[in-house]
Write a protein that binds this ligand. Structure first.
Ligand code: NOJ
Length: 538
């Protein structure tokens, strides 16, 4: 039985404004991406996930769409987009588009019409409520902070926004909304996209009732009534069916939850192909026990029809090298995480720049901050009496600009990203593609070799776990597919270890990684340097 293409694929997330600037206005764009497709082929990835490129006022960097049928002027034209698809496909690279179905920008004409009058036919496309005694309808909080309700003077009602007040939530119980969004899906599929990454797909439905959300013991709101509501799976099913009118789209959902029991409901037959598992990405501290526990939990929770996802960084979180790496072992830890991501069971998503070890960006002035979440955190901190310095620190922690700095291509002034000063400052400029390409031991070449191995050996892209264990800071697993069995041993210790692999090795065993492929004797102990990963065909 042949596997769907995406089960074998390694994906690469491109944060569109930050990858490469083709027209030297300081903002990354589609022409820039086209110019780097050969680089992506050299890296060896199979698919790119493009963050939103549609027309948008960019209050939330494109997750606030004002025209679903147009490419934002900062990023290029529709002709550029069509060329990107053609050029990517010519190189065997598929493209999945990030689609925001939950909310639109408040400057979208739909919202403009909806807000124009209470009896406008589009009014019900969004979620409106009367004030409760002069206050918002309930206590629901926006994910960027503050109330999720915004008062509209003209019509005297509040509208609901799970994110910023410029991102109004659509009312998915209205069939017109569904119809309008299905037209969007059709449009981009006709342009040739190979699938979608659905933004906050579990938020689409509210229950129609609006009880207050409870709080946990730390005083943080539990989002019980504003996501994962009844009927959501039927809606997701319908969306997936619409997409599958064309052959084999890859449908991956961002389900905003860390609860695997919730996450797993969204994928499987008739549903999404996969959902993002935030448990790895949101891990603040480097902990072998926790990484192992998450791998194990995914394995236990998912059925055969469900495929886990593997990622440790994204545009919403800090880069794993900055989170996990401690000098002098930053690069080694980043390599180890890459080895895990590219050999464990699940679909890997590499975040642009992680393959060269780009570091988090720290902004020393709130004026340089672009992320709505960071700015909101700063303002709330100031309002609660914090000093400017404290507020800046909080804003850097909560803000997401840290992982969105421009890709570093070379050692020139603007890192080869642009000839103009970029929209967001560059991070530590000592790492760049040009330098790493030449160095056989670089993180970049480590990624390249692993991607090739993953593709060459079915056990690594299609195999189940035969063994999945952790002992004394070493995670090891055997993945097998038909006759092929591959052992992966990952040393999370700061010291060298000798791993007794005698029970697993045989006369025909072959060392695959790192270094040259060679025969290995069954009694040969595997020696692992600090933070080293080893791969052996057993
Ligand atoms: C999730 C996206 O990844 C994030 O960047 C965005 O701010 C929210 N959804 C709202 O669309």
């Amino acid at each position: 039985m042949s596997l769907p293409w995406w089960k074998k694929a390694v994906f690469y997330e491109i944060y569109v404004p930050s990858f490469c600037d083709g027209n030297n206005d300081g903002i990354g764009d589609i022409q820039g991406i086209i110019s780097k497709l050969d680089y992506l082929r050299e890296l060896g990835i199979d698919g790119i996930w493009l963050t939103p490129f549609y027309r948008s006022p960019k209050v939330d960097n494109g997750y606030d769409i004002s025209d679903y049928f147009a490419v934002d002027r900062d990023y290029g034209t529709m002709a550029d987009f069509e060329r990107l698809i053609a050029e990517a496909h010519r190189r065997g690279i598929r493209v999945i588009a990030d689609l925001v179905l939950n909310h639109t920008s408040t400057s979208h004409p739909w919202f403009q019409e909806a807000r124009s009058a209470k009896d406008h036919p589009k009014r019900d496309w969004y979620i409106w409520k009367d004030p409760a005694g002069g206050a918002p309808p309930n206590n629901w909080e926006s994910f960027f902070g503050g109330s999720a309700w915004e008062y509209d003077e003209k019509t005297g009602q509040y509208y609901y926004h799970a994110f910023s007040k410029n991102q109004a939530d659509l009312n998915w119980t209205n069939p017109e909304v569904k119809k309008a969004m299905f037209a969007v899906i059709d449009f981009w599929q006709a342009k040739g996209v190979d699938g979608f990454r659905f933004d906050v797909i579990n938020f689409l439905k509210t229950s129609g009732k609006f009880p207050n959300n409870p709080y946990d013991e730390k005083g943080e709101q539990i989002h019980r009534f504003d996501k994962d509501q009844e009927g959501i799976l039927e809606t997701v099913r319908e969306i997936c069916a619409e997409c599958r009118r064309r052959p084999e789209p890859f449908l991956v959902g961002e389900v905003g939850s860390e609860d695997l029991q919730i996450l797993k409901r969204y994928s499987g037959k008739g549903l999404l192909d996969a959902v993002f598992n935030f448990n790895l990405g949101s891990m603040e501290k480097f902990s072998v026990k926790r990484i192992f526990a998450e791998l194990k939990r995914m394995e236990e929770a998912y059925t055969d029809e469900q495929t886990p996802t593997l990622f440790f960084s994204s545009h919403d979180m800090s880069r794993h090298i900055s989170r996990f790496g401690r000098p002098p072992h930053e690069v080694e830890t980043a390599k180890l995480i890459a080895t895990l991501m590219l050999t464990a069971r699940g679909i890997p998503f590499i975040y642009y720049g992680d393959e060269i070890g780009m570091r988090d960006l720290y902004l020393d002035d709130v004026k340089k901050m672009k992320d709505v979440q960071g700015i909101a955190a700063y303002e709330m901190a100031i309002a609660s009496g914090k000093t400017e310095g404290e507020a800046l620190k909080i804003a850097n922690e909560r803000g997401r600009d840290k992982s969105r700095s421009p890709m570093q291509w070379d050692g020139s002034e603007f890192a080869g990203f642009s000839d103009a000063s970029p929209w967001l400052p560059l991070s530590d400029q000592s790492v760049h593609v040009e330098g790493q390409r030449k160095d056989p031991d670089s993180l970049f070449n480590h990624y390249r070799r692993l991607i090739r191995l993953r593709k060459a050996f079915p056990a690594l892209h299609a195999g189940r776990y035969r063994v999945l264990r952790e002992r004394d800071g070493v995670i090891f697993y055997i993945r097998s597919h038909q006759e092929e069995k591959i052992l992966v041993v990952l040393n999370f210790n700061e010291r060298s270890v000798s791993f007794p692999a005698g029970d697993f090795l045989s006369e025909g065993s072959e060392w695959l990684f790192p270094g040259e492929r060679r025969r290995i004797r069954p009694d040969e102990p595997l020696k692992l340097a600090p933070f080293e990963g080893v791969i052996v065909k057993i």
